[in-house]
Design a protein around this ligand. Structure first.
Ligand SMILES: C[S@@+](CC[C@H](N)C(=O)[O-])C[C@H]1O[C@@H](n2cnc3c(N)ncnc32)[C@H](O)[C@@H]1O
Length: 268
């Protein structure tokens, strides 16, 4: 890449910018709810090997892409909706066996059974029920039989939570992140996978501590955290957004978690 790297949604008014891009503009690299630790559990469950053909949905800033490439898969294809994010991810890739295409996870243009591993983080929660299903069905289509699919998303607990309470949480998260968000319960996530021909292999839950100082230190390192802190201090409108998001996450801390699932495509 040459010249100044444009961050996603950089020219948009900050009060209307989706929360994940506000955080990215402040320097945050880890944009998924369970942080690096849950990502590592997902990757361990996926067990990526040099023989694997990997597809990542929505790589964002490319944080997990780099962890995945350390396992030297046979190839890596990312499908990212946002052009600036795709440019950033491409800067980590060789452009031959490792590519990032601008596109939609629900319609990747890839062939049937082209992949042995598919994963995507913090990208299904922000979709409607119908679109979640389309994306999971697309993962099933492009995976070979026995292929593994990993997700890492926000969930609402417990499984038998009152419907009104669930809707209130979904509404308040949507408002604070300025982007539609429909987190669902662990049971509902697993059901969606089973409905699309997957069997559950691995499941882990972590607290939703995306904006808590200890998690931010673990995820971003000391230099990263100090850079984000400096940006938060010098950008009042972004600071207002971050504090607003953290307030809602804290308010619902007892009913909000991060979940990772690793599932396997069954023989059809
Ligand atoms: C919250 S960010 C998460 C980024 C990254 N996966 C991470 O966990 O750090 C959501 C990402 O999903 C992408 N995205 C949303 N819907 C998508 C879709 N239907 N197809 C491809 N990318 C999508 C956005 O452009 C953004 O990069």
């Amino acid at each position: 890449m040459s010249g100044k790297v444009l961050m996603p949604n950089e020219n948009r008014e900050i009060s209307k910018t989706p929360g994940h891009w506000v955080l990215a503009q402040l320097g945050k690299k880890v944009l998924r709810p369970g942080g690096k630790e849950l990502t590592q559990k997902m990757l361990k469950g996926l067990g990526i090997r040099p023989s694997d053909r990997v597809v990542e949905f929505a790589p964002g800033m490319g944080y997990t892409a780099r962890l995945c490439l350390q396992q030297s898969p046979a190839n890596y294809i990312a499908i990212e909706q946002n052009e600036q994010a795709a440019d950033i991810v491409r800067s980590y890739l060789d452009g031959k066996t490792q590519v990032c295409r601008v596109g939609n996870a629900q319609d990747t243009g890839l062939g049937n059974a082209e992949a042995t591993v598919v994963y995507g983080e913090a990208m299904l929660t922000m979709q409607s029920h119908a679109r979640k299903n389309e994306i999971i069905a697309e993962a099933a289509r492009i995976l070979a039989t026995n292929g593994r699919y990993g997700i890492h998303e926000l969930c609402i607990t417990p499984d038998d939570i009152d419907d009104d309470k669930k809707r209130t949480i979904q509404k308040e998260i949507t408002e604070t992140i300025q982007h539609p968000a429909k987190p669902i319960t662990p049971l509902e996530w697993k059901q969606l996978m089973e409905d699309n021909g997957f069997e559950i292999e691995f499941e882990a839950i972590a607290p939703m501590h995306l904006l808590e100082p200890k998690r931010m230190l673990d995820d971003e390192g000391l230099a990263g955290l100090l850079n984000i802190a400096k940006n938060i201090l010098t950008k009042p409108s972004a600071r207002k957004r971050v504090l607003g998001m953290r307030k809602v996450f804290r308010q619902h801390a007892n009913n909000l978690s991060a979940i990772t699932l690793v599932v396997r495509k069954k023989q059809s």
